[in-house]
Write a protein that binds this ligand. Structure first.
Ligand code: PMP
Length: 455
């Protein structure tokens, strides 16, 4: 029993909460921000301070923090049927309706849906589906998974292995058989004198060379975010998906779009794959699926994978996989409402309306001498801080420039996220032009302050 009760919320957070993805020196220095509630795109801390959340939570609170329609949908479903599973041939009516709706709004003319509690679990589930499928089709050696450097797919053992970030080495990951291809970020990785088209061609060639080297008969699938999110908001180089998809098809390798961030409107279309004009074999969804009001993920299978997986499952009489809360009725009721709110109540329209303002604001800030580039799509964007704009030389890592910018933003009442040497904005879809002005003017002041210190 703890006999010492620390007085402040910050100390209480430190005493009993083990932080994840949190810079411990920053917390030690500045204290944890303990939040109590939200209103529209704002959140409020225990001291009554207001923050405009430029990241809409973790990219997911797209309808803001107090959407009445969503809380009412949740309350109504809690009153009616507060929980059930989707095992043993039973599932809630809400689950049935959500699967119908998801396939209706998907790029697939038919398909099936499997539910999880998170994006990581949805990626794990998809990998297990691929392993199950290939084994059932007599190719059990098809187990390798292709992803990209800087791709982010989650934190479970498999999805962390898929993630192309060096920090997973502290866990002894990735597991064998998870192969990371180059990141298709032309500005950073294009060679001297190489055009964007040539760069894209090089990315495609690397994919084909890798497939040949590893042996196509050993590869289970390829996963890609339409726009890399947690890797630093990196849109693909021009023509990337058009260049790689025929290669994957040639070797019979399914293309899985991880749309955990890009799904439901973030890039200005319902799906990121629509924005980039390709149809994948399956889609991984989470986050916006419930507008952040319920932890839920989903695997949306296109027609080919649906048929093949159905056959594989029928052969052994079941697909032996599922979570206690897969297809939770409250989550499904919230998701049905969230999809309606985004697609039919003007949120997607607002994304399209705000995008030019967002681009203008980012382009204006990118004129600063210590911003190397701004990049993004729809309402997701990043500003890359550099020591030297012409040579694209980054700041010395020990300066923690992006963390300083994020901290200066917090001091101004704006939440934004440091990622590498970039700061990321990913606002809620309910923002107004006035919110946009506030966001950019606060970020502007924060950038000036930090660049005056380090630039
Ligand atoms: N895939 C992508 C593209 C993501 O951005 C994330 C989370 N940021 C995940 C998967 C993992 O989702 P979760 O945190 O819900 O496990």
């Amino acid at each position: 029993m703890n006999t010492q009760t620390p007085q402040s919320w910050e100390a209480r957070a430190d005493a009993h909460s083990f932080y994840g993805f949190t810079d411990l020196p920053t917390v030690a220095d500045r204290g944890t921000i303990v939040l109590t509630h939200g209103k529209g795109p704002y959140v409020y801390d225990v001291h009554g301070r207001e923050y405009l959340d430029g990241n809409s939570g973790l990219w997911n609170m797209v309808a803001g923090f107090d959407h009445k329609g969503l809380t009412e949908a949740a309350k109504a479903q809690y009153d009616k049927f507060p929980g059930y599973h989707a095992f043993f041939g039973r599932m809630s009516d809400q689950t049935v309706m959500l699967s119908e709706k998801l396939i209706e709004v998907s790029p697939f003319n038919r398909g099936k849906v499997f539910y999880t509690n998170s994006g990581s679990e949805a990626n794990d589930t998809m990998v297990k589906m691929l392993w199950f499928l290939w084994a059932s089709e007599g190719q059990p050696q098809r187990r390798k998974i292709l992803t990209r450097e800087n791709g982010y797919h989650g934190v479970t053992v498999v999805s962390a292995s898929m993630t192309g970030k060096p920090y997973n080495s502290v866990f002894g990951l990735p597991l064998d058989g998870f192969i990371h291809l180059s990141c298709p970020h032309y500005w950073r990785f294009g060679k001297e004198g190489e055009s964007e088209a040539q760069f894209t061609k090089r990315m495609a060639k690397e994919l084909e060379d890798t497939i040949k080297k590893e042996g196509p008969e050993t590869i289970a699938g390829f996963f890609a975010e339409p726009v890399m999110g947690a890797g630093g908001v990196i849109p693909p180089s021009k023509g990337y998906f058009q260049a790689i998809q025929p290669i994957l098809k040639r070797y019979n390798i399914p293309l899985i779009a991880d749309e955990v961030i890009t799904g439901f409107g973030r890039t200005g279309e319902t799906w990121g794959c629509e924005t980039y004009d390709f149809v994948p074999d399956a889609i991984i969804s989470s986050k916006n699926l419930t507008a952040g009001f319920f932890p839920m993920g989903a695997v949306l299978l296109g027609p080919d994978l649906t048929d093949r997986l159905q056959k594989a499952a029928e052969e052994i009489e079941e697909f032996p996989h599922g979570f206690t809360a897969s297809g939770h009725p409250v989550g499904c009721a919230i998701a049905l409402k969230a999809i309606d709110v985004v697609l039919n109540e003007g949120l997607l329209d607002n994304v399209r309306k705000l995008t030019p303002l967002f681009e203008e604001g980012m382009a204006r800030l990118a004129e600063k001498k210590n911003i190397g580039e701004w990049r993004g799509k729809g309402l997701m964007g990043a500003l890359e801080a550099v020591k030297d704009k012409d040579t694209k030389t980054p700041f010395d890592g020990s300066l923690s420039v992006s963390e300083r910018i994020a901290n200066a933003c917090t001091d101004h009442g704006l939440i934004c996220r440091p990622l590498g040497q970039a700061v990321v904005l990913c606002p809620a879809f309910i923002m107004t032009p006035a919110h946009m002005d506030e966001m950019f003017s606060k970020l502007d002041s924060a950038l000036d302050k930090v660049f005056a210190e380090v630039g």
